[in-house]
Design a protein around this ligand. Structure first.
Ligand SMILES: [Zn+2]
Ligand SMILES: [Zn+2]
Length: 332
C-alpha cells in the first residue's frame, strides 16, 4: 500500500537519530512539571489527527564522556549510519504520554540518562508517547529526494523539541511512498486506555450488541479473555463515535448499495438512521492492529446480512475479510 491509501493524513514529521519502534520521546525545556506538561500538550495537538513521519537525521549524537566505546552506543551508531537522511516509518502516537521510566523500566531509563543527559539535566526524552500503530516505509528513500529543498529547509532546517507540522504540499510529495504495517508492542496501551474510556461512557445498548456480534463473528483467536473484553468495549466506543460523526455530517445512506432510508421514511416520524446498521469492516484485525473509526461503515440491513452470510461461507481469511467490506464504500 501507499501513504495515500491510509484513512488518516500524515500531519507532522519527527527528526530522530534512530528509528523508534515502541515510543517517541521529546525533551521538555527543563525538568519541571509545567515544562513537561507544555511539551506534552503541544505534541498531542500536533499528532492527534493522524500519523507522524519519522526522519533519521544525518548527524548522530555524541554520548557523555566514558560511553564513546560502549557496545550499545556503537551498535546504535551503526544502525544510524544505514538510515541516515531517510524517511523510515509512519507512526500513530497514543493520545497521551506516559512517564518514560514506566515504558522503559527504571533501569533502562537511568542508563539512557547516563549516556545522553546533558550534565545533571536528567530529563532527556522524558515526554514519551507510546507508538500504537506503525508502518515501515519500504526501501526508505532519502528525504531530500522526496521533498523539495524548500520543504526540507522549512521542516528540518531548525531545531525543534516537538514535531514539525506538515502542509498539503509536503503531504503530496510523500503520498506515493510504499509502506507496510509493522508490529507495535504498545498497541495494547492504547486499547486498554480506550476500553477504560468506554466503561465510563454512556454507550448505546443496541450498538454494543451489534458490534459485539461483528467482533465475535470475525476474530479474537489468540487473544486472552481479558483482551477480548477490552476489544469489545473499545470497538463499541469507536462505533459510537463513528455513528455520531456520520449523523452530524448527514450522510445517512448505505455505504454498500447507496440505499437512502429517507426514500421510505420521508413523510413519517421514523428516523432514517434507525434503518441503517453500524458494521465493523475489519474484525479480523482487532488486537493485531490499532483500529480506528475508519474501520466502521454504515450499511442497510440487507447489505449487512449479506456481507456476514457471504463471509461465513468463505474459509480463506483474505476472501472473508473482503466480503466484510462494502461493495462501494462511500466517503464518510
Ligand atoms: Zn445496502
Ligand atoms: Zn457487521
Amino acid at each position: 500500500m501507499q501513504i495515500k491509501d491510509l484513512a488518516l493524513p500524515v500531519v507532522a514529521a519527527k527528526a530522530d537519530w534512530l528509528p523508534g519502534t515502541h515510543w517517541m520521546g521529546f525533551t521538555p525545556r527543563d525538568g519541571s512539571g509545567p515544562a513537561r506538561e507544555q511539551c506534552r500538550t503541544i505534541v498531542h495537538r500536533q499528532s492527534a489527527a493522524g500519523y507522524v513521519i519519522e526522519y533519521v537525521t544525518q548527524q548522530f549524537g555524541e554520548p557523555n564522556p566514558g560511553f564513546e566505546d560502549d557496545p550499545d552506543y556503537l551498535a546504535q551508531k551503526e544502525r544510524h549510519s544505514k538510515a541516515a537522511g531517510c524517511f523510515v516509518a509512519l507512526h500513530r502516537l497514543r493520545p497521551s504520554a506516559r512517564a518514560l521510566p514506566e515504558i522503559l523500566g527504571e533501569k533502562d531509563f537511568e542508563r539512557l540518562q547516563d549516556v545522553w543527559s546533558e550534565g545533571t539535566k536528567r530529563y532527556r526524552w522524558t515526554v514519551a508517547f507510546p507508538i500504537i500503530e506503525s508502518y515501515a516505509i519500504i526501501d526508505p528513500p532519502l528525504a531530500n529526494s522526496v521533498l523539495s529543498s524548500q520543504s526540507m529547509k522549512s521542516l528540518f532546517g531548525h531545531p525543534s523539541g516537538t514535531l514539525r507540522p506538515l502542509g498539503d504540499e509536503e503531504r503530496g510529495m510523500i503520498a506515493d511512498l510504499h509502506i507496510e504495517p509493522q508490529a507495535t508492542i504498545n498497541i495494547w496501551l492504547g486499547i486498554e486506555d480506550e476500553a477504560k474510556m468506554a466503561e465510563m461512557s454512556q454507550l448505546n445498548a443496541a450498538l454494543v450488541k451489534q458490534i459485539g456480534q461483528d467482533i465475535d463473528a470475525g476474530m479474537l483467536e489468540g487473544l486472552s479473555e481479558e483482551q477480548k473484553v477490552m476489544v469489545r468495549k473499545r470497538a463499541a466506543l469507536l462505533a459510537q463515535r463513528f455513528a455520531s460523526r456520520r449523523a452530524k455530517t448527514g450522510k445517512l445512506t448505505c455505504d454498500s448499495c447507496g440505499f437512502d432510508p429517507q426514500s421510505l421514511t420521508a413523510p413519517t416520524s421514523v428516523s432514517p438512521r434507525s434503518l441503517l446498521d453500524v458494521h465493523h469492516m475489519n474484525p479480523l484485525e482487532e488486537g493485531v492492529r490499532y483500529t480506528t473509526e475508519a474501520d466502521f461503515c454504515l450499511v442497510c440491513p440487507n447489505c449487512h446480512r449479506f456481507m456476514h452470510r457471504l463471509a461465513a461461507t468463505l474459509s480463506d481469511p483474505g476472501e472473508k475479510a473482503r466480503a466484510l467490506r462494502p461493495a462501494r464504500k462511500s466517503e464518510n
